[in-house]
Every structure is written in structure tokens, then in C-alpha cells.
Design a binder for this molecule. Structure first.
Ligand SMILES: [Zn+2]
Ligand SMILES: [Zn+2]
Length: 385
């Protein structure tokens, strides 16, 4: 064994699959899928693998199949069986990434930095990426917002995604990891690779997070486009949050998501309203129009009211912010924005970045009555699992 392999071997033994190092986060991969079988390859460089006492290397061009079999992982390369393990820890050498391609079910491959720990769980291969907080945040920002934005926009998102991480790091503690890689927590699809401004923004914002007046991490909610006015947490979720209040947004109107429309036949609309308790005699009531000046909780006809939130769900609409009119014998819904509308408007933030606003200004525009602090300053940490 070379000195380098020996060092890696010892560090793997030391860390095992059940201990963390400072600033390391543990993320469950492909969390919504019951993955039964994967192919592991080294995207660049090579990987050091360790399965129940057996050390081996996955060099570039070599594929290793891992198949769930009861409580074990049957691990083999194209020629022969490598071993049958309870746990398999795969660590990327410097500059390399662990490429994982699920084949049962078939999914697109993703590349991960640092270490991936595979183990047999009930009906699935549990895969946990253990990596530095900064590497994780860069991956999240890329998955959530894409490439090609301004540096200040990415800095705002670095602070938002870090705030989520610190505020929710115990969300999956009982399952043995901090966060999952799905929208249930924050979307994470592996290493950030498409915009160097993303890891730079994570670095530049240090350990800054957003806190409320009690110095607790805020719920840094965001959505695609608010349509000109953000929604309060009270209207959307029946929770009063002094920092998630309506903000009039002049920045997002030029984006395609700022407007939408849908037409429905009058008969269909009447049937829908009556099903929801409206007492309407179509011969008498002919005016279904409703034009709120801004966001408002309910659609109102005569004395009947129906929450916009329910109409959005029932009709699969892009937002809860729309007016209703009768046009050419049809009901027309004139909508604004895309998403729940609470907190930061992503496209508005893009535009603020384009216009030269600093990330602190972007954050304070959408979240009111908040402070930006260092996580270390308020002594908040990611729990070690
Ligand atoms: Zn989750
Ligand atoms: Zn907006």
C-alpha cells in the first residue's frame, strides 16, 4: 500500500460511516427513489473504496456495480465479484468525483465530491454524501437557481441556502443524515460545475445567515416570480412571520412568469363553484368577475367566498394571484407570478443583481425586519451525527 493510500485508508477507518468532522454535512442522495442497483465510476482521477474491511481502488474507466441483496450490497466489477458488504464507503481523490448512475430504477448519473457512504436499508440502497458544507451549498445553489446569474444574486442565495441548512440540520437526524437532496429540504444534484461564480459566492459570504429578532434562523422562503407583490406567510400558510410580509416588487414584471392566463367554460366554472358550496342560480347570477387590486385570500361572488389557494390546487394553476372575468362567453383567469409568492422572488432578485444591488440589499428587500449574522457569532452549529 502506498503512503497516500495508507493515509486515506486510515482516515476512512477513523471516520467510518458514523462519525462526522467539523462543517461536514450528510445528505441522503436520490432520496425519493428506492434505488436497488447503481453503477459507480470515477468521473476524473480515481476513487478509494472500503467495504467491511476490504480496501480497493476504482480507477478511471472502471465500473463497479452495487446491487442490493437483502441486507447486503453485492459489489462487483465487470469481471468478478469484489465483495458482499454491509457498508461501502467511496472517497474521491483530490480533483475526482464519485459518479453514481442508478440502473434500478434508471436515472441520470450525478457526480459527487468527497465521500459517498452506501449501505443496505429496507428495500433500498441508502446513499449518503458526506462533504464539506461549502461544497454542498454550491451544489444546492446550482440545482435551485441554474448558471449564468450575477455574483450578488448568487451571494444572496448562498446566504439563503446556508440559513436553511443551519435552521433545518436536524430534520432527518433520526434517519442518520442532516438533509435529503429533494425539494422536501433543498434540491441538490451533486457538484456545482457550470458557473465559477457559485462556489466563489459561497466563499465570499463566509458563514453568514439570516436571523429574526430572536436571533433564530429565518424560514428563508422563495419562489419563481411574485407577479408584482409577494404573499404573506399568514395568507399562504396561516403562520404569522414578521419577516414574510407583502412586498410590492417592481423588478420581476419583464419575465415570462410574471403573467399567465387560463380560460374555462362558464358551465364548468358554475359547476365548480356549486360543488364548493356556492348557491348560484345561473339564470340570475351572470357576473363572476372579480378583480382584486393586489393579493387577497378569497375569490368572492355575491356573498360566497372560496380561498384562492384552494382554486390554485384544484385547477393546478401557477399562482394564487389572479383576477376572474367573463370574456366572449368564457371565464378568463388573469394570473400573476409563479409559485407560492412568499419571501424572495427569484426573478426579481435576478433583476436586482443585474441592476447592481448588493446581496444584503436583495435579502433585506424581500425579507423585512431581519439581520445578517455569522453563524459562529450566535453559536449555531450543524449537529454531528
Ligand atoms: Zn428532506
Ligand atoms: Zn417579484
Amino acid at each position: 500500500m502506498s503512503e497516500k493510500s495508507r493515509r486515506i485508508f486510515l482516515s476512512i477507518i477513523f471516520l467510518g460511516c458514523s462519525q462526522a468532522w467539523a462543517n461536514s454535512v450528510w445528505i441522503s442522495l436520490f432520496d425519493n427513489s428506492q434505488v436497488q442497483r447503481v453503477v459507480l465510476t470515477a468521473y476524473t482521477g480515481s476513487l478509494t473504496a472500503f467495504g467491511d474491511g476490504k480496501l480497493f481502488t476504482i480507477t478511471k474507466g472502471k465500473a463497479v456495480n452495487v446491487v442490493l441483496n437483502g441486507e447486503k450490497l453485492v459489489t462487483a466489477d465487470t469481471d468478478s465479484l469484489i465483495g458482499i458488504f454491509e457498508q461501502l464507503t467511496v472517497t474521491a481523490d483530490t480533483g475526482a468525483t464519485v459518479r453514481i448512475r442508478p440502473v434500478l430504477p434508471i436515472m441520470a448519473s450525478r457526480n459527487y465530491e468527497a465521500t459517498v457512504c452506501l449501505s443496505a436499508d429496507i428495500d433500498r440502497i441508502r446513499m449518503i454524501n458526506r462533504l464539506d458544507e461549502k461544497q454542498y451549498l454550491a451544489g444546492v445553489i446550482e440545482a435551485e437557481t441554474g448558471a449564468g446569474r450575477t455574483e450578488e444574486f448568487y451571494k444572496a442565495f448562498a446566504v439563503i441556502c446556508r440559513t436553511y441548512l443551519y435552521g433545518h440540520a436536524n430534520r432527518h437526524e433520526s434517519e442518520g443524515f442532516h438533509l435529503c437532496d429533494e425539494t422536501h429540504c433543498q434540491s441538490y444534484k451533486g457538484k456545482s460545475r457550470n458557473d465559477a461564480k457559485i462556489p466563489a459566492a459561497v466563499e465570499a459570504t463566509g458563514d453568514k445567515i439570516i436571523v429574526d429578532s430572536d436571533s433564530l434562523p429565518v424560514l428563508a422562503a422563495y419562489h419563481a416570480n411574485c407577479g408584482g407583490e409577494t404573499e404573506s406567510a399568514k395568507n399562504a400558510w396561516q403562520i404569522n412571520m414578521p419577516y414574510l410580509i407583502p412586498v410590492s416588487d417592481p423588478y420581476c414584471s419583464a419575465f415570462a412568469n410574471a403573467r399567465w392566463e387560463k380560460t374555462v367554460s362558464v358551465d364548468e366554472w358554475i359547476r365548480y363553484l356549486m360543488k364548493n358550496g356556492f348557491k348560484i342560480d345561473p339564470a340570475v347570477v351572470t357576473d363572476f368577475s372579480f378583480h382584486p387590486a393586489g393579493r387577497t385570500p378569497d375569490y368572492i361572488v355575491n356573498t360566497f367566498a372560496l380561498p384562492f389557494k384552494q382554486i390554485r390546487n384544484d385547477w393546478n394553476l401557477r399562482s394564487t394571484f389572479f383576477g376572474v372575468s367573463l370574456e366572449d362567453g368564457q371565464i378568463r383567469l388573469d394570473g400573476h407570478g409563479y409559485g407560492h409568492g412568499v419571501g424572495l422572488c427569484q426573478e426579481g432578485a435576478v433583476e436586482m443583481g443585474n441592476r447592481g444591488y448588493k446581496y444584503e440589499e436583495i435579502i433585506r428587500f424581500y425579507y423585512r425586519n431581519v439581520r445578517l449574522v455569522s453563524a459562529s457569532e450566535i453559536q449555531i452549529q450543524i449537529p454531528q451525527l
